[in-house]
Design a protein around this ligand. Structure first.
Ligand code: PMM
Length: 291
């Protein structure tokens, strides 16, 4: 059985994103994609990542799903190499077969953006192995999730997400996953209008009340692109949203959402790590040692 990954006493963890998806600028095939992803993971470790999140399925709005075999071919060799380097590895998948293969290859966390809704068998894999399980709030696959952005309940999106996550917690526990292996995630950008993400960030305490550590993925998301839209209304480009994501991390670390966040899932690890260092130093009384 795997040991739990979450140390409640540790500071905010940084999860670096390693997307293993085909590079449209290269015709080098699978080998180059694999090598590039491994090199990227090593660079994120050097930048201070605590965890590497390795995924072979894009979940950006509108994305279509890869075949199972494609997803396995993408992630397993990358996980093997980075786990052999000693990295704490998370697999970003909704499929039980991929979760099982990833755990066999050295991963210790299953990051399931569907919270067990896409393939309920994934919960049995997690329970049998003792893996840590990140359950994100989700309503539908990415090619149609933006049709499901209505939260017609008292309290709106915050209470809607809370209730739906609580239902997932019940299913996850019923499958035999231990409480100290469960992490919850509000699922920023998934079946949410851009303006829905802000109340979720502002009211993270409502999700923390469920009693599990929280993971938040704001990095490079559309809602930040919309916030930073130019005068013509066009959203800021994906690769120019990092500073806004770092601001989110800083505010989370300062507890502005009313809750401590266990982990942030980010692309530019060094920038977010720096922000967390500032926040930690700000709140630690080491004045004497400095003089
Ligand atoms: N976002 C994406 C993918 N995986 N996993 C978790 N737990 N939380 C997220 O917010 C999340 C995720 C999509 O973002 P990307 O396309 O930039 O990786």
């Amino acid at each position: 059985m795997l040991e739990p990954v979450v140390d409640p006493a540790a500071g905010t963890q940084v999860m670096g994103v390693v997307n293993v998806t085909p590079d449209s600028f290269s015709d080098g095939g699978r080998f180059l994609d694999t090598e590039r992803a491994i090199a990227h993971g090593r660079a994120l470790l050097a930048d201070g990542a605590d965890i590497l999140d390795i995924g072979g399925e894009s979940t950006r709005p509108g994305a279509t799903r890869p075949l199972l075999e494609e997803e396995l071919d993408r992630v397993v060799p990358v996980i093997e190499a980075l786990a052999a380097d000693g990295a704490v590895v998370s697999v970003d998948t909704m499929r039980s077969e991929v979760a099982a293969a990833a755990l066999g290859a050295g991963a210790s966390i299953v990051n399931d953006v569907s919270g067990g809704l896409a393939d309920p068998g994934i919960l049995d894999v997690v329970a049998a192995t003792g893996a840590t399980y990140v359950a994100m709030h989700w309503r539908a696959h990415s090619d149609r999730m933006q049709r499901f952005t209505a939260y017609d309940v008292p309290g709106g999106v915050v209470e809607g997400v809370r209730a739906e996550l609580l239902a997932r917690v019940r299913a996850i526990r019923a499958a035999g996953v231990a409480d100290d292996r469960i992490v919850l995630d509000p699922g920023l950008g998934f079946a949410k209008e851009p303006d829905d993400n802000w109340p979720l960030l502002r009211n993270l305490d409502r999700l923390a009340e469920l009693g599990y550590p929280l993971l938040v993925g704001a990095s490079r998301k559309t809602f930040l692109g919309r916030l930073l839209a130019g005068a013509d209304g066009a959203p800021r480009a994906v690769d120019a949203r990092e500073a806004a994501g770092v601001a989110v991390t800083t505010l989370l670390a300062a507890g502005v959402g009313g809750a401590r966040v266990w982990c942030v899932r980010v692309h530019d690890v060094r920038a977010h790590r720096d922000a967390l260092r500032v926040a930690a130093r700000w709140t630690t009384d080491e004045e004497r040692a400095d003089r």
